[in-house]
Design a binder for this molecule. Structure first.
Ligand code: ZN
Length: 150
């Protein structure tokens, strides 16, 4: 699928992450691993996290698919290192709000590079691409906490 026409600065940031993803590779000593796919677009990722004492101490992913899905995971992993599980949960919630068109979330500095994806919310078929990484993260957190909700 083609990349939607976004603000060019944001588009450039997305392509940078796509071409040179952060934290891509295999993680030694991961405590949880989640595979997630978006069959509509053909996106696929495997997210690996090391979680110690209720905090994410390392994160890596492997994957393939469109620029939005892969850039979104790369941007997400940049924000996760050192985050507590609660912080990671609220980051996921904030990003999901942004992808559903919440303008205040789109200005939230906590989201960092992820804000470049705000314009994708105007393209409903691509929202799934952008959410793939966070869907995997939320599943990983659920598995870690044994499905308990906080
Ligand atoms: Zn996609």
């Amino acid at each position: 699928m083609e990349t939607p026409n976004l603000n060019s600065l944001y588009q450039q940031l997305i392509l940078e992450h796509y071409r040179a993803p952060k934290n891509k590779g295999e993680l030694d000593g991961s405590t949880v691993e989640v595979h997630m796919a978006n069959p509509v677009c053909g996106d696929e990722i495997r997210l690996q996290l090391r979680i110690e004492d209720e905090a994410i101490t390392d994160v890596k992913f492997v994957g393939q698919g469109c620029s939005i899905s892969q850039a979104a995971v790369s941007m997400m992993t940049q924000k996760l290192n050192g985050k507590s599980l609660d912080e990671a949960t609220s980051l996921a919630r904030r990003f999901t709000e942004m992808m559903h068109g919440d303008a205040s979330a789109a200005k939230d500095r906590d989201l960092g590079d992820l804000r470049a994806l705000a314009g994708v919310s105007k393209f409903p078929v691509r929202v799934k691409c952008a959410l793939l990484g966070f869907d995997a993260l939320q599943e990983a957190l659920k598995q870690t906490t044994g499905g308990e909700t906080h």
